[in-house]
Ligand binder design. Structure first.
Ligand code: NI
Length: 193
């Protein structure tokens, strides 16, 4: 396993459509090692998720894991979920307003609107079919990661560029407002015990 360098905005690998993983390839050392590296890299940089193109490997693999994340302290925890060739079906197209950040857009947050309910169909790291429903912050995180597989970054979804903010200014001026918007929408947030 290895902590990998993270590609940042401007690198063409982040703008490619990633390739589908052949089901027979899932068990190969190359893919299994790539998954281990994604896990280790996400842990190192406190990512709530990471997608393969972010470590210069444009294949359709991403993961979500939220465990008392210091970058997103209000996010409910999500166990490590590895998604190979994921597809999303929107179940609830009401939009949740949410400030997002990205390891590939370091230091910046911006306001995006994500579908509040989705079904996710994918393969797990053993090549077995995986299907689950996700809502609100979990659903939004999955949508963010899937966008990476299609060469999109969250900044593409920032409709009001006046909401773009560096992190110290986010903490100072926008974090509280962001939480209030999530609360007003009725999204489940993590409560510190
Ligand atoms: Ni990202």
């Amino acid at each position: 396993m290895a902590i990998r360098k993270v590609a940042v905005m401007g690198h063409p690998v982040l703008r490619q459509v990633s390739e589908t993983v052949a089901p027979g390839e899932v068990g190969t050392q190359r893919i299994q090692r790539l998954i281990d590296d994604l896990i280790e890299t996400a842990h190192e940089y406190d990512g709530a998720g990471i997608a393969s193109p972010q470590i210069y490997e444009p294949v359709r693999i991403c993961l979500i894991e939220i465990r008392d994340n210091p970058r997103y302290p209000h996010f409910p925890n999500v166990p490590l979920t590895i998604l190979i060739n994921p597809k999303i079906t929107v179940l609830n197209d009401d939009k949740l307003p949410k400030y997002e950040g990205c390891l590939s857009v370091p230091g910046i947050r911006g306001l995006v609107h994500r579908s509040r309910g989705i079904r996710v169909d994918a393969l797990d790291r053993h090549g077995e079919p995986l299907s689950f429903q996700a809502r609100d912050l979990f659903a939004a995180t999955v949508q963010h990661e899937l966008d990476h597989l299609d060469g999109k970054l969250f900044v593409d979804n920032v409709t009001d560029t006046r909401t773009l903010t560096f992190i110290p200014e986010y903490d100072r001026y926008w974090h509280k407002k962001g939480i209030e918007m999530l609360e007003a929408a009725g999204a489940e947030l993590r409560r510190k015990s």
